[in-house]
Ligand binder design. Structure first.
Ligand SMILES: CC(C)(COP(=O)(O)OP(=O)(O)OC[C@H]1O[C@@H](n2cnc3c(N)ncnc32)[C@H](O)[C@@H]1OP(=O)(O)O)[C@@H](O)C(=O)NCCC(=O)NCCS
Length: 197
């Protein structure tokens, strides 16, 4: 298996849907309120991925894993409420707009030169457990402009993600208790940090 890593904008717009399919494989379960139809979710949300900030691991030439890397000032998603409403209807499109503004539309509080924020790490379900996310993140950890990498809001129940990040050298830097444990099973969100001396 050969894994090749490219930036989303290097691959170009014709890869947007395939990249969004990996995104929905990774995060679709949190978006079920909007639709249970995966194709509908891809259609509604693909426009918002800022391709220049997404890095894509290709297996046999097709997107298998994705992750965004930002300086904490640039935002890795940019949504358009009109597109959301066109695909999801007025109510759900508006709910998505409000939710995404709250969650994603804020620059990261601790942005500092040399520090990267890694976001939206996901491997397509057909490719999991084969080292694809490891290869993608290793590629990103070698970016010359960054020496510190931060990952925020990892659910404490997400064992695959926590294992992956720990294996790469990330360590917990913050733990924030949540109030929705009964509904989601999540007890806390964990932030992790890796500083390369
Ligand atoms: C987390 C995720 C990106 C891992 O991707 P992946 O390509 O399967 O990861 P890798 O194959 O590179 O595995 C790396 C490590 O993760 C761990 N891992 C992978 N799958 C696991 C599983 N099901 N259970 C426990 N640990 C697991 C292993 O420790 C593995 O290390 P190993 O090589 O020593 O066995 C993938 O499970 C995913 O897309 N999950 C849904 C989206 C998500 O939760 N993203 C993270 C948000 S913070």
């Amino acid at each position: 298996m050969t894994i090749d890593v490219k930036r989303g904008n290097e691959l170009g717009e014709e890869y947007r849907t395939a990249i969004a399919e990996v995104y929905i494989d990774g995060f679709g379960e949190h978006l079920e309120y909007f639709s249970k139809d995966r194709r509908k979710l891809v259609a509604a949300f693909e426009h918002m991925l800022v391709l220049d900030l997404f890095h894509v691991a290709l297996v046999d030439g097709r997107p298998a894993a994705i992750a965004a890397c930002t300086d904490g000032v640039q935002l890795s998603t940019r949504h358009d409420v009109r597109v959301l409403r066109r695909h999801l209807g007025l109510l759900k499109g508006t709910v998505a707009d409000v939710g995404f503004r709250r969650e994603f539309k804020k620059p990261w509080a601790q942005a500092e030169p040399g520090t990267a924020s890694i976001e939206f790490v996901a491997t397509g379900s057909a490719h999991r457990g084969r080292g694809v996310a490891t290869a993608l993140l290793q590629h990103m950890l070698a970016f010359p402009q960054f020496s510190t990498y931060v990952l925020e809001d990892i659910a404490d129940t997400n064992a695959p993600a926590l294992h992956l990040y720990e294996k790469l050298g990330f360590r917990e830097s913050k733990r924030t208790k949540v109030r929705h444990t009964k509904r989601t099973g999540i007890n806390a969100y964990i932030s992790m940090r890796l500083s390369q001396a």
